[in-house]
Design a protein around this ligand. Structure first.
Ligand SMILES: [Zn+2]
Length: 744
């Protein structure tokens, strides 16, 4: 398998991947042009390129070791111990050259021969087996659970940004604090599973997952199975310290990940979502023999604690780690200016798709350890480091089915049901395809491979189809000719398709009912989508007005209802016979009438009758209500069937209350940040509501932020909000804040 005995050894494992990639993006590629690239440890090549990673060499397992006749079983025990140690040393050296440096000096067969010889000798002298013997990488009994263990020092997370301006500010802060020219060490931000590795007197003794940063799980036996992990530190350039705690990252290579997933699917197991999950899942196998089968690698990049070695800088630490036998990240670089940092990130971003492992940005750290101590840390992040992340990642997955959903207004929306995939930290299983034309334009069909991204950190979307040569595709997508809910022939309006059966289509009624009872609408406690669906399916509600005729006796026999909950819902409905006009208008689901327009209309017209009588011109004269919205409202209110249904509802209402006229200042001085999609408000509606009442909506979380409002599929702002101790609001919580401030 190996192509050469010395120098760079490129190994092929998989039909295309490693070799081709290694050639394209070797550290010597002309694309890579940093002045100080290899200045970190000048005495040696800068570690092995990850892309030239060798295949997973499976050591013969301890179980296979065996019962083979012991050579020299009667030899003098002292001689044997010496001989065992010599063989182990030899194997360690070759293993290091192979896995860490990617430059083996012997053939695999020769390695295996020595390994088997060692196994046989150890089997004959079991008392002489040492924990750091290469034969001991697999062999522990399966565990029933992983004990918890505290980290030597807390493994803090890094503050992170995607904004170059934020990087400049970081640099300014550092310069100001140091009153000197800083030196930064740059490295890729590996997207694997973080791990603490502890060595005592050079011997590997403990591995702890990151966990919550303070306490993690003890997975020592599983780490042992990773061939690139030194079980005993090398003594190349400096002697191993008494105590060494290292932060590392366990990675699974993309090529290995794909092969693993294929195997899992073949075996009928659920495939992993991404290599990071796969790496951390592999680490948490209770049977270390299973971990041993996984193509894992571990890279060391930070010294958490060291006793017995003098280090003054991170770059020195990187060299020490290499000397002790660890694999370290590639392209570790020293720079001193922001421009160099930006360039480093750009180059990595450009190469990102060519790498055989996942990175989600680059890490900027101050190199000098004294300077780090001067800057210190907040309770969450060190002040001397920053993760400069890439744009949210697009992921590739397959469309399992294209379903069609019917909305509240009868609009038919094609929805891609995806094989679940994690995109930027969130699992995505469905994405709207918007309309017929959009599907046709992107030429998306069931079974297609597609690229999915989370646009603006919020809503997942299908970006494009990924062509697959030679794969037979399904039929082109067609909108159904009939509504999937009520079989009424659909109508086409431009790119959109509608079910015109507005009052007889149960899908529309279910959504309309849910909308009417929602918190921003009439706000009926206990009337969610599930209950609305039940009420419609059981024929208890055939139109909106029926809601007000429900009794506790009607509700009690329904699934999930008991005497008390039935009485509660009936009571909640009855209570809403008196309700704010704005809520009522919003709840009706008039086209173009969101919470802001509803509030504006209520404030302007004060009663439903006044609104009903308003002409298009009168409506259009209202501040912020344009001609299109006016016409939409007018058309809705003029529709004969709508009039009837609304009249029926109004027949049950006791009072529709006009809003207080006073201008709102209830949110004065409050900054809101939104992350994730809200159900009841569009972003622009929410923004207007807040701004109309003296508050502000800002893009990023800071200590000035009053609330982070979290919708569906929240992004990194949620974490940042938590880290900064900002109050986090669900959508319901947000509505409550608005209510308390008199906005709703
Ligand atoms: Zn329908």
């Amino acid at each position: 398998m190996s192509l050469g005995a010395r120098g760079w050894t490129l190994l092929i494992y998989g039909p295309e991947s490693a070799l081709a990639r290694a050639v394209r993006v070797s550290p010597y590629s002309p694309r890579y042009k940093f002045r100080t690239t290899f200045g970190v440890c000048p005495e040696r090549a800068n570690g092995a390129s990850l892309t030239t990673k060798p295949p997973h060499r499976s050591n013969p397992t301890a179980a296979e070791a065996g019962s083979r006749p012991a050579a020299g079983a009667d030899a003098d025990a002292g001689d044997v111990a010496e001989r065992l140690e010599r063989m182990r040393g030899e194997l360690r050296r070759h293993s290091y050259l192979y896995y860490v440096e990617s430059r083996p000096e012997i053939e695999d067969r020769e390695y295996d021969r020595i390994f088997e010889e060692l196994q046989a000798l150890e089997a004959a002298y079991p008392a002489l087996i040492t924990v750091d013997s290469p034969t001991q990488r697999v062999g522990a009994e399966p565990q029933s659970a992983f004990p918890n263990a505290e980290h030597t020092v807390p493994m803090l997370s890094l503050d992170s940004t995607q904004d170059p301006a934020e990087v400049r500010r970081f640099d300014e802060r550092v310069r100001k604090a140091l009153e000197d020219e800083p030196r930064y060490i740059l490295e890729p931000k590996l997207d694997g599973a973080s791990i603490e590795l502890v060595y005592e007197d050079g011997l590997f003794v403990r591995a702890v997952t990151r966990g919550n940063g303070r306490v993690g799980e003890l997975v020592t036996e599983n780490l042992r199975t990773i061939p690139s992990l030194p079980l005993r530190l090398r003594e190349a350039e400096r002697p191993p310290p008494e105590l060494l705690a290292v932060r590392g990252e366990v990675l699974m290579y993309l090529s290995g990940f794909e092969a693993l997933n294929e195997r899992m699917v073949e075996q009928g197991s659920e495939p992993y979502v991404n290599p990071r999950n796969s790496a951390s899942g592999s680490l948490r196998q209770l049977d270390s023999r299973l971990t041993a089968e996984r193509p894992l690698d571990v890279l060391a990049y930070d010294i958490l604690m060291v006793h017995g070695a003098q280090l003054t800088s991170d770059s020195e630490a990187v060299c020490a780690l290499r000397g002790w036998g660890f694999r370290t990240p590639e392209r570790v670089t020293l720079v001193s200016t922001v421009e160099e940092i930006l360039e480093y990130r750009e180059t990595y971003a450009a190469d990102r798709d060519d790498l055989d492992y996942e990175i989600d940005g680059v890490v900027i750290k101050l190199d000098h350890l004294d300077a780090r101590a001067d800057l210190g840390a907040t309770s969450h992040h060190p002040r001397w480091a920053l993760a400069y992340k890439f744009e949210p990642r697009k992921e590739i997955t397959r469309i399992e089915k294209i379903a069609v959903s019917v909305g509240r207004t009868g609009k038919l929306t094609p929805v891609a049901l995806l094989r679940p995939v994690e995109v930027g930290g969130v699992t995505v299983a469905r994405a709207s395809l918007h309309n017929r034309e959009e599907v046709a334009r992107k030429d998306i069909r069931e079974g297609d491979l597609v690229r999915v991204q989370r646009a603006g950190d919020v809503i997942p979307q299908v970006v494009e189809r990924v062509p697959e040569d030679g794969r037979k595709r399904g039929a082109a997508f067609q909108m159904p000719a009939q509504c999937p809910a009520c079989d009424t022939p659909v109508q086409v309006d431009g790119p959109f398709t509608y079910c015109p059966n507005r009052f007889g289509c149960m899908a529309q009624l279910k959504k309309g009912l849910t909308h009417f009872g929602s918190r921003a609408g009439v706000d009926i406690e206990g009337l969610g989508e599930e209950t609305a669906t039940l009420l419609v399916d059981r024929g208890l509600v055939k139109e909106l007005a029926d809601l007000f005729m429900l009794t506790a006796a009607d509700l009690e026999p329904l699934d999930g209802f008991a005497e008390k909950s039935a009485a509660n819902l009936a009571q909640a409905i009855a209570e809403k016979k008196t309700v704010g006009l704005a809520r009522f208008l919003y709840g009706l689901g008039i086209p173009e009438v969101g919470t802001t327009v509803a509030a504006t209309l209520a404030a302007e017209f004060l009663s439903f009758d006044n609104l009903q009588e308003a002409t298009v011109e009168r409506l259009a004269a209202v501040d912020r209500i344009g001609p299109i919205v006016s016409e939409g409202i007018r058309a809705f209110l003029d529709d004969e069937q709508n009039r009837e249904r609304i009249a029926a509802v109004l027949g049950h209402m006791d009072a529709l209350l006009p809003p207080e006229q006073a201008g709102g200042t209830g949110l004065a001085g409050m900054n809101f940040v939104f992350t994730g999609g809200l159900e009841r408000f569009s972003r622009s509606d929410a923004k207007r509501l807040i701004e109309d009442n003296g508050g502000r909506v800002v893009g990023s979380v800071s200590s000035e932020t009053a609330y982070v409002v979290v919708g569906e599929d929240p992004g990194s702002k949620l974490r940042r909000g938590r880290d900064l101790g900002v109050e986090i609001l669900s959508e319901d919580g947000f509505v409550r804040v608005l209510e308390n401030a008199g906005v709703l």
